[in-house]
Design a protein around this ligand. Sequence first.
Ligand code: PRP
Length: 188
Amino acid sequence: MGLTDSASVRDMDMPPTLLSESEIQSRVDELASEIDATYADTEMLVLIGVLKGSFIFLSDLARRLKVPHRVEFIAVSSYGAKESEHADPVRLLMDVRHGIDGEDVLLVEDIVDTGHTLAYLKRLFAAHEPNSVRTCTLLHKPDRTEQEVPIDFLGFTIPDVWVVGYGLDYAERHRTLPYIGELPPEMR
Ligand code: PRP
C-alpha cells in the first residue's frame, strides 16, 4: 500500500464536518469580544474550564481575551442511567484550587446537552458567594434540554447529533480534531 492509499484509509476515519475550523475560530473571536465588552470594568475575571471537554475551547478563548483573567479547572462526572435515582446526576471529581468569593466567574463548557452539569456548577459556585457567575459554552443542543440553565455566551446551537472534535470525544477518540465533526452511527 502506497502513501496515498494509507492517507485515504485514514481519511475514512475522519468524521464529516459539522462546523469547520474557520467557522469555529471566527465565532471564538466574536465570543472573546462579547466577553471583553461585558467585563470591561472587571479587574480579574476567573475563567473556570470544565474538564475534559472544554480544554481546547478555553485555551483558544482565553488567549483572545483582553480583560485580565486567571484560569481554573474543575472536573465533574455524570452518573450513569443505572444510578439515575441519585438526587443530583452530577458529582464533583476535582475542585478549583483557589477560592472564588467575591470574584467574577465565567464557567466555560464545550457543550450543554441535558443542562445538568452547568446547572450543578452554577449551584455549586453560587454557594461560594462570588460577585457574579456567568456561563459560556461553545455548543448547545436545545433538543436535549432536561434542566434549563441560562447561557450568557453561546457559540453555536446544534441539532441532536453526536459531535466530536475541538475537545469533544467519543470513547476518548477524536478530541483533538481541529473542527467539530458529526459522528455517524457506523463510526461508533
Ligand atoms: C460533557 C461536556 C459537559 C457535559 C454536558 O462532558 O463536556 O461537561 O457533558 O452534558 P449535560 O449538559 O448533559 O450535563 P462529558 O461527561 O462527556 O465528559 P468529558 O468532558 O470529560 O468528555
